[in-house]
Design a protein around this ligand. Structure first.
Ligand code: 13P
Length: 249
């Protein structure tokens, strides 16, 4: 049985005071939540947020990390540095980083591999744009993102891997994928994982696949009824305490 996960991606949206206030509100509810809860604050807030959530069951992760140990790489953050204050979970390949910061499947493959080698749990994000969906390319795009982004990963490391399906047209638009559209994509993704290497069927069965894109209190329940949807990666609705709590309690 795959445990449900609700993960809040705070992007570059909150002030330190706001992030600390949501973290404190989550800490107060720790133990009362049904799914596993994760938050991904801005890097500059990771120390304060992880201090507040230390000892709770809320996982604090980074929105990105560089694919190397300590080295000359101005402006980046190494997983080695993240681990120093207990951060061992990271998002990789969010569509905003793919679209606006030039992250390719090849770069993301390096990130996934390096983070897994450091013992991190990784949420690898994939999803098609509206133009790709309208051109009938959704499954080609998702298949390529899976095959290239997850190339060469040792089977034993898949237990640390989570996939997030985030159709780009649904992110921050209020236009949520229907449960049927999301389920179709999730079933396809699970099947692609099953085809990655000989013996991957059991890995595919176990892997958690989250849906992201305008998840809110009024659509999460219907999405989670679908057999291949194992949780949500939530932007806007995780950035206010009340709406986040309504997704996790
Ligand atoms: P929204 O929930 O604001 O659409 O954002 C989704 C997202 O990008 C989470 O990573």
């Amino acid at each position: 049985m795959r445990r449900k996960i609700i993960a809040g991606n705070w992007k570059m949206n909150l002030t330190l005071a706001e992030a600390k206030s949501i973290a404190s509100g989550l800490a107060a509810k720790s133990g009362a939540t049904k799914p596993e809860v994760m938050v991904f604050p801005s890097s500059i807030h990771l120390f304060d947020v992880s201090t507040i959530l230390h000892g709770t069951d809320v996982v604090v992760g980074s929105q990105n990390a560089y694919q190397s140990g300590l080295t000359a790489m101005t402006g980046e953050i190494s997983p080695v540095q993240l681990k120093e204050f207990g951060v061992t979970t990271s998002l990789v390949g969010h569509s905003e980083r793919r679209q606006f910061l030039g992250e390719t499947n090849e770069i993301l493959n390096e990130k996934v591999k390096f983070l897994l080698s450091q013992g991190f749990r990784v949420i690898y994000c994939i999803g098609e744009t509206l133009a790709e969906r309208e051109a009938g390319n959704t499954f080609n795009v998702l298949g390529t993102q899976i095959k290239q982004g997850l190339k060469g990963i040792e089977s034993s490391l898949f237990e640390k891997l989570i996939i997030a399906y985030e159709p780009v047209w649904a992110i921050g638009t209020g236009k949520v994928a229907t449960p049927e559209q999301a389920e179709e994509a999730h079933a396809f993704i699970r099947n692609e994982v099953a085809g990655l290497f000989v013996g991957a069927a059991s890995v595919a069965e176990a892997i958690q696949i989250l849906y992201g894109g305008s998840v809110k209190a009024d659509n999460i329940a219907s999405l989670l009824t679908k057999p291949n949807i194992d949780g949500g990666l939530v932007g806007g609705a995780s950035q206010k305490l009340d709406s986040f709590l309504s997704l996790i309690i």
